[in-house]
Design a protein around this ligand. Structure first.
Ligand SMILES: [Zn+2]
Length: 363
């Protein structure tokens, strides 16, 4: 078979130090692979005044009936990993696609969060809680209401951190960590300064994604979607998470292609079932297109450490000064919760990505 003797591509050597570097490396690799590039500029800038954009790279013939959509940075800061995987794939395999396949790459679906080292967007919105039916209104999360003041208090002094952390741990002891994680992370729409906040209307990135779908993917017979995430699960381990139950055709196609796939709603995933994730919303756009979608979620640090970083970040942007003296410490804390700069971490993430992308290309 041709290609059998080809050496496997090496893993990415490191994560980019910042958004601008990640973006420049992605654009250069996409260009070298022969991609068509289109950028949607974002109205705001990054912490050092850098330009922000959602960059779209497409490879393969426009007449192709099968497409793969590969997305990095739905959750801003998680794009350090996703960008490194995309760029490394473009460098080594981007110019070598099977016939009849298009690959559509989105670099930084949420560029503001990526540049500011945040999971959320410019309005503190978690994009994966923003894809709900805004006509009928978002769901109400009463469990979150009870914990809101403890999760993101107005003061984040050491004494307040200690007090609120102890109170939250009390809740963990009472009902278990998984239950607290589910209550907090499933999304909320009543606390704009809180964590896992879904907003009040479709966010900029939401509208961008909808138009990308209609411009680039609506004519495909089938679309495979891979959305790259970090922050849940064991260190360097990549778990495929499907939105739907294991009885759904989308899940079954995913499992046939990739093997082990965890369903978010069946309670078998590292992620809690949540409201408003975009993978769950695609069906509203899909029409006759057959969509097989998964998040690929890589573990970093322990869930309590991740939660603490999110609380510090929400406090900084809700009540503190994102350009003040403590801001860099908070950004470093968030970065290390969602991206491990030890090169062995991204090297550990790579083989699973290659497997997942390889199976999608061959299907
Ligand atoms: Zn994520």
């Amino acid at each position: 078979m041709p290609g059998m003797n080809k050496n496997p591509p090496p893993p990415p050597s490191r994560l980019a130090p910042d958004y601008s570097t990640a973006r420049a490396e992605f654009l250069a690799a996409a260009d070298a692979a022969g991609a068509t590039l289109r950028s949607s500029p974002h109205a705001l800038t990054g912490p050092t005044g850098e330009a922000l954009a959602l960059d779209l790279a497409t490879l393969g013939p426009t007449s192709a009936t099968q497409s793969i959509l590969l997305v990095a940075g739905t959750h801003g800061v998680e794009g350090f990993c996703g960008s490194a995987l995309q760029t490394n794939w473009l460098r080594h395999s981007g110019a070598d696609l099977p016939e009849n396949v298009r690959v559509v790459l989105i670099h930084a679906l949420n560029p503001y969060g990526f540049a500011w080292v945040r999971r959320v967007n410019e309005d503190n919105i978690d994009l994966n809680r923003n894809f709900v039916d805004w006509q009928s209104g978002p769901p109400h999360n009463a469990d979150y209401d009870d914990l809101a003041d403890l999760l993101v208090p107005e003061s984040f002094s050491e004494a307040e951190q200690e007090r609120t952390f102890e109170a939250l741990m009390g809740r963990v002891i009472e009902v278990g960590l998984e239950q607290v994680q589910a209550e907090v992370s499933r999304g909320q729409y009543a606390h704009p300064k809180g964590i896992f906040y879904g907003g009040t209307a479709p966010a900029w990135s939401n509208r961008q994604l909808e138009s990308i779908w209609s411009d680039e993917l609506a004519d495909s017979d089938s679309v495979i979607v891979i959305d790259l995430h970090t922050g849940l699960g064991p260190w360097g381990h990549g778990e495929l998470i499907a939105h739907g139950a294991s009885s759904t055709p989308g899940y079954q196609r995913a499992a046939a292609m990739w093997g082990e796939v965890h369903s978010m709603v069946d309670g078998e995933s590292v992620s809690a079932a949540l409201s408003g994730d975009w993978l769950g919303w695609i069906e509203h756009w899909a029409g006759d297109t057959e969509v097989t979608a998964c998040a690929l979620e890589y573990g970093t640090i322990d869930p309590i450490g991740v939660m603490h970083a999110l609380r510090a970040d929400a406090w900084l942007h809700g009540y503190g000064d994102p350009q003040g003296p403590t801001a860099e410490d908070v950004r470093a804390q968030v970065r290390s919760a969602f991206a491990d700069d030890d090169p062995s971490w991204i090297a550990a993430c790579w083989p699973r990505f290659e497997e997942v992308m390889g199976a999608a290309l061959q299907s």
